[in-house]
Design a protein around this ligand. Structure first.
Ligand SMILES: Cc1cc2nc3c(=O)[nH]c(=O)nc-3n(C[C@H](O)[C@H](O)[C@H](O)COP(=O)(O)OP(=O)(O)OC[C@H]3O[C@@H](n4cnc5c(N)ncnc54)[C@H](O)[C@@H]3O)c2cc1C
Length: 361
């Protein structure tokens, strides 16, 4: 019997890879440390056009266009001043906001027997033409291992991948607010962090990144008042999360028969809403060279490494620049940023270029 492909982690990226292999009739197994799927109703993700097309192509029942919320306009604020609006005039370039729970459940559909829940990996042994994984009471031999086990990837640590990482000094909280959003997203760049309002069904999904050590809910409510969203503050759900934000980037994305994908390879500050899109981009890249990658062909893996690392480095640079600029705003730099954003607002072509860049995984 052919050895299965081993996938570690049943998040969106691991499940997507499993779904894709299933479509190609390639045997695989997904090892997941949780006992079952855990719900997180307020969590959303903004998906690019590339992500939506790829997800829909892997299984037409995913059909995101039927249930996702398209963003018609993205308004960028520097503190409380609206400085730039990105209008998605071309309907084919719309960003789509999706519930993470719904996306995950659509991906898990049909993978019932393929996900081994309660299977935290404990050991990995690389052999010449196979890989052996120990997960709780199971030993599984496979042809190649894809690590999709998230930003604190155990596979990455156990296999000694070289990484760079740093903390942003901020925590991320999420909540929902009932709001007549008219499909307009808002992103506020503040000295203390970023505050995003993403249209999602009849709510705003709120992603609040802050360096405060005080009560985050109190701070959010005071921001809602300052930003003319006072009415919304009465309908706010409890804040969840409070996870410390960190950047982690693996310098090389494979080693022999182990390949890093999704947050296990890179995770960023959520301000640009790009980590998952890049993870989906990893699976898209694997799909282009599937046979060679599954055979652990060194050239194909080098190509994967080069292509994805380039994208990850570009995103690291963009996010670091935005983070550095907005978190250190004062006096002249604040003025320059605001003039720069207002100047950008006048140039439709430049804004189209930004939309095009953000749409490519
Ligand atoms: C508030 C917030 C908003 C975001 N918004 C966006 C957005 O708008 N757009 C976007 O592109 N991205 C966004 N992101 C990022 C996005 O959510 C992540 O990039 C994405 O969910 C990562 O998917 P993943 O499958 O790589 O990892 P994960 O979702 O972390 O999945 C990893 C899985 O591996 C399992 N696992 C871990 N360790 C082990 C082990 N030892 N053995 C077995 N299993 C294990 C975990 O239980 C988990 O199920 C956001 C992130 C946050 C925090």
């Amino acid at each position: 019997m052919t050895q299965p492909v081993i996938i570690v982690g049943a998040g969106v990226v691991g499940s997507l890879l499993g779904k894709f292999l299933k479509q190609k009739k390639i045997p695989f197994v997904i090892l997941e440390e949780k006992n079952s799927f855990e719900l997180s109703p307020a969590r959303t993700v903004a998906l690019t056009k590339d992500s939506v097309s790829f997800l829909n192509s892997v299984d037409r029942r995913i059909n995101i266009n039927q249930w996702g919320t398209p963003v018609k306009k993205m308004q960028l604020y520097q503190d409380k001043d609206l400085n730039t609006s990105l209008n998605y005039v071309d309907q084919t370039k719309l960003t789509t906001i999706c519930s993470l729970d719904k996306l995950s459940s659509k991906l898990h559909e049909g993978l019932d027997g393929d996900i081994l829940w309660n299977s935290r990996i404990e050991e990995i042994e690389e052999c010449e033409d196979s890989i052996l994984v120990k997960a709780r009471d199971k030993n599984i031999k496979g042809s190649i291992l894809f690590a999709t086990d998230g930003s604190n990837s155990k596979v990455r640590v156990m296999s000694n991948f070289d990484t760079e990482e740093w903390f942003y000094g901020q925590r991320v909280y999420i909540t929902r607010i009932k709001y007549d959003h008219q499909n307009i997203a808002r992103q506020y760049f503040l000295k203390s962090g970023t505050l995003a309002f993403l249209p999602f069904d009849d709510c705003y999904s709120v992603i609040f990144c802050t360096n405060t050590n005080e009560d985050a809910r109190k701070e959010l409510i005071s921001l809602l008042h300052r930003f003319d969203l006072a009415k919304a503050s009465t309908k706010i759900e409890p804040l969840v999360g409070g996870i410390e934000l960190k950047h982690v980037r693996a310098k090389k994305l494979f080693s022999n028969r182990i390949v890093l994908c999704g947050d296990a390879s890179n995770s960023f500050h959520p301000m640009a809403g790009q980590s998952l899109n890049l993870g989906i981009g990893d699976i898209m890249q694997i799909s282009y060279d599937l046979k060679a990658i599954l055979n652990a062909d060194n050239n194909a893996l080098e190509k994967y490494n080069k292509t994805r690392n380039k994208k990850n480095l570009q995103m690291t640079w963009i996010i670091q620049s935005l983070f550095g600029a907005f978190s250190n705003m004062s006096g002249i730099s604040e003025l320059m940023l605001s003039s720069g954003m207002k100047f950008l607002d006048k140039f439709t072509n430049a804004k189209e270029t930004i939309i095009d860049f953000a749409n490519k995984n």
